[in-house]
Design a binder for this molecule. Structure first.
Ligand SMILES: [Zn+2]
Length: 479
């Protein structure tokens, strides 16, 4: 893209994972439920009922605000009605926040794949209710109100992202953070994290912002990347052809990978906002904020940094171990109950344990294989009580049975080191460590073989197969 840079801002809608909806006691999560089964007079907008705010929604939105380092969670914020007519919006308005949102002025540190960090400003963060769903079927349009009243947080970034890849990276990191905080499942395919992208271009070196377009309805991170790239390319072609960019709203068609114009963009005046008369303002006290502050965990990037410092892990390891919160906790707990090298523990986790986790579609916190089990297995391998491959088999066995690995080794006789490859490696080590004895043996004093076998036995706490050890020793000594 010679000569141009792209300016991208993202507007995300985050579905909070509360038990109930934002203004009624209907179940919030309707994934896979039949249409119109989690509804009531409040969320379907029948006359004569009043909304009641769910405190858990505010808790989770404040937790996110704190993680975004906002300047301030507003002591008082207000709900507003956003008026528009659409079949899946039974009230004719959406309860949202407008001029006095929950929080303003934060930022998020985005770790980029090359190890650098980019700061993305968060202009404001507010809470609102979701609308229903219109489902297109052969014989017409069907409305499902289950989604009405599911709590959302809307978060708008500054125009701080400079490429489709950076926008994708922002979403990857936001998804990680939301799951880390435990406030949203953040699955884009399920609409739990939605993203609209504002895109404009300008000549490199310019500082003014040009008219932007907004891309709607993109439902995976890969599609966000493709749609933004397609729009950047389109805008450059338009400008180079002497045309002006119009402030359109664009729709991304996932199957054909093509953008099409939905409508000219609405302005905020079209929504005729006014204060919601049926709800009190949200008052956030100092005490409430303090209480939530104590619930804010160490954030992924901070933990990644600490793992590098405290455990001397390479960034590659620290990155993988902090991708998901329960994995990072699993690592630290294993280190704390083990006498082993953190790097060795990290290797076991990144290779074998992570494979176990993925194969079973679990997270680290759900494994039957506990950190103390893993520590014991690593200890047995490191002290050569069992072979490396026995150790790997044990991971599976413990995960299946939940049994203590030491007991499994004893009961199943796994401790005997009879694996030829392991013994051969150990014999090589012993020979290398005792050059004098090797020279004496090779000089003719072959009775020394007994001494060498004794060394193998000592190193394996008597678990080695003596006959096999002798055979390997003779073979290597007579080479
Ligand atoms: Zn309801």
């Amino acid at each position: 893209m010679q000569g141009y840079e792209s300016i991208i801002g993202l507007e995300t809608h985050i579905q909070l994972n509360t038990k109930t909806k934002i203004f009624c006691s209907c179940k919030a999560d309707s994934w896979m439920d039949p249409p119109n089964t989690n509804i009531c007079p409040v969320c379907t907008g029948l006359p004569g009922v009043l909304p009641v705010l769910n405190k858990e929604v505010v808790d989770k939105a404040i937790l996110l605000s704190l993680a975004m380092h906002v300047d301030a969670v507003q002591p008082i914020s207000y709900f507003a009605r956003k008026n528009y007519f659409y079949p899946d919006l039974p009230k004719g308005y959406q309860i949202s926040q407008y001029d006095e949102p929950l929080a303003r002025g934060g930022y998020m540190d985005i770790a980029m794949p090359d190890g650098s960090t980019r700061i993305v400003m968060i202009h404001k963060l507010h809470i609102e209710e979701d609308a229903g769903k219109t489902v297109h079927q052969d014989d017409g349009r069907m409305i499902d109100f289950n989604r009405c009243g599911i709590p959302l947080v809307e978060m708008v970034t500054g125009p701080d992202l400079r490429s489709a890849d950076e926008a994708a990276q922002y979403l990857i990191r936001l998804r990680q953070l939301l799951r880390w905080l435990g406030i949203s499942e953040a699955d884009m395919e399920r609409g739990q994290l939605r993203c609209d992208a504002n895109v404009s271009i300008r000549l490199l070196g310019e500082t003014d912002l040009n008219p932007k377009t907004e891309i709607k309805n993109v439902n995976s991170i890969e599609n966000v990347r493709s749609a933004i790239q397609a729009e950047i390319d389109r805008q450059i072609r338009e400008v180079q052809a002497g045309n002006e960019i119009q402030a359109w709203t664009l729709n991304w068609d996932e199957d054909s990978q093509i953008l099409s114009k939905m409508r000219s963009k609405e302005t905020e005046a079209d929504y005729r906002y006014f204060r919601e008369p049926d709800l009190l303002p949200i008052h956030v006290s100092e005490a409430w904020l303090r209480e939530l502050g104590t619930r804010l965990p160490e954030l992924p990037l901070e933990r990644r940094e600490r793992f590098m410092q405290e455990y001397r892990l390479p960034m590659y390891d620290a990155e993988i171990l902090t991708e998901e919160r329960s994995l990072s906790e699993y690592f630290e707990e294993t280190v704390s109950v083990s006498d082993g090298d953190p790097k060795v523990i990290s290797n076991w986790l990144m290779n074998d344990v992570l494979r176990l986790i993925r194969e079973r579609n679990l997270n680290a916190g759900q494994l039957k294989l506990q950190p103390r089990h893993l520590a014991a297995i690593i200890h047995m391998v490191e002290s050569k009580e069992i072979t490396n491959s026995t150790g790997k088999d044990l991971l599976e066995k413990v995960e299946e049975t939940g049994q203590n690995p030491e007991r499994l080794v004893e009961e199943e006789g796994l401790g005997k080191v009879s694996d030829e490859e392991t013994l051969r490696a150990l014999v090589k080590e012993i020979l290398a460590a005792n050059p004098e004895q090797v020279a004496t043996y090779q000089g003719g004093k072959t009775t020394l073989i007994g001494w060498f076998v004794g060394q193998v036995m000592r190193q394996t706490q008597g678990q080695a197969d003596a006959q096999l050890s002798r055979k390997i020793l003779e073979e290597l000594l007579n080479e």
